[in-house]
Design a protein around this ligand. Structure first.
Ligand code: 5AD
Ligand code: FES
Length: 344
């Protein structure tokens, strides 16, 4: 194992077989984390990039079996912010010192290509990097948003196993998701994707294939998190995703995609207190603190037990800043585009 990890840290290449073996080895966790932390420092440095997350609508036309925003879920209280409210949150995010805002929502048809483009233009005028995370759209729509100034796009593949994907994302096609990622890349976005860890039927080999897929498409960002069963969804009775497996996955991602931006995701901390710090020292270099205000935080309920629902955007900014400094790291002062080129 030690040799395998050492080779991965040096060459950033492993076979599917080797990745599978490491993912399935709980005893490899600490050594993987140490190696990933060193690679993280060498390639992307000690700066942690903060992205202010704006959850602007929880209305969704899709019906994913794990997600609380699925259209069939009548128990979630739906909301949608208007353009002025979204831009006002972005302005506040800028005031807290964020350099990037992530506009995230369910697949809400109210936000037509034009409507969201207008919002992107207004936010770009504030000199912020803009990441969109609003699901599957046509190439023309992605092109319009890119022309409006959107810099990045997050669209998790969830799993590269097409059959598994189509089982848990009924009505959606794996092929279309791949098409979206290809279009986003061709349009010049920084492309972020990622996996949901712990879907029933997913195994270490399947996750190894996910990592190889992220390498193959040269993903700029990879966000992964454990499944947290939501009682208001068909997967409510499933076992939660394994924190430790997710941690090994983050470390392997860093070893094999050394330049990528890798967030310590909120779901990690729902499972383990201070889980994000642990992930930041296991390969990650990004955190996405919530800048959504008031009751909307609670209502944006992908899964239960979401952290910070009673906190304000100012709380989260101050909290994360302190936690990052306590790790001996610092909040990065630049916009945090994906780095290209050799280690420093
Ligand atoms: N547990 C963990 N993550 C979830 N997501 C959706 N529902 C859940 C859940 N129950 C993730 C999906 C999606 C991202 C925005 O949130 O991976 O891509
Ligand atoms: Fe929200 Fe700590 S990140 S309070």
């Amino acid at each position: 194992m030690e040799q395998l990890i050492e080779r991965a840290a040096r060459t950033h290449r492993l076979t599917e077989e080797e990745i599978t073996r490491l993912l399935a080895a709980p005893e490899a966790e600490e050594a993987l984390a140490r190696a990933a932390d060193a690679v993280r420092r060498r390639y992307v440095g000690d700066g942690v990039h903060l992205r202010g997350l704006i959850e602007f609508s929880n209305i969704c036309r899709q019906d994913c079996c794990y997600c609380g925003l699925r259209r069939e879920n009548a128990r979630v209280e739906r909301y949608r912010l208007d353009a002025d409210a979204i831009v006002a949150l972005a302005r506040k995010a800028k005031g807290y010192g964020y350099q990037t805002v992530v506009l995230q929502s369910g697949e809400d048809a109210h936000f037509t290509a034009e409507r969201l483009a207008a919002i992107v233009r207004r936010i770009k005028a504030l000199d912020l990097a803009v990441t969109l995370s609003v699901g599957e759209r046509s190439r023309e729509t992605y092109a319009l948003w890119r022309a409006a100034g959107a810099d990045r796009y997050l669209l998790r593949i969830e799993t590269t196993d097409a059959a598994l994907y189509e089982r848990y994302d009924p009505g959606m096609s794996h092929e279309n998701r791949l098409r979206c990622l290809r279009d986003l890349r061709a349009l010049g976005y920084e492309v972020g994707t990622g996996s949901l860890i712990g879907l029933p039927g997913q195994d270490a080999r399947s996750l190894a294939r996910d990592i190889l897929f992220y390498q193959e498409i040269d993903a700029d960002m990879v966000g992964i998190g454990p499944l947290i069963p939501n009682g208001d969804t068909p997967l409510g009775g499933a076992a939660p995703g394994d924190f430790h497996l997710t941690r090994r996955m983050v470390s392997l991602l860093r070893l094999l995609l050394p330049e990528a931006n890798i967030p310590a995701t909120t779901a990690m901390e729902t499972l383990v207190p201070h889980g994000r710090e642990l992930i930041l020292t296991s390969g990650a270099n990004v955190v996405m603190p919530n800048v959504t205000e008031g009751d909307y935080r609670r209502k944006y309920a992908l899964y239960p037990g979401k952290i910070c629902v009673a906190d304000t955007p100012a709380d989260c900014r101050a909290c994360m800043g302190g936690r990052i400094r306590a790790l001996g790291r610092y909040v990065a002062a630049d916009k945090g585009y994906r780095r290209h080129g050799a280690a420093r």
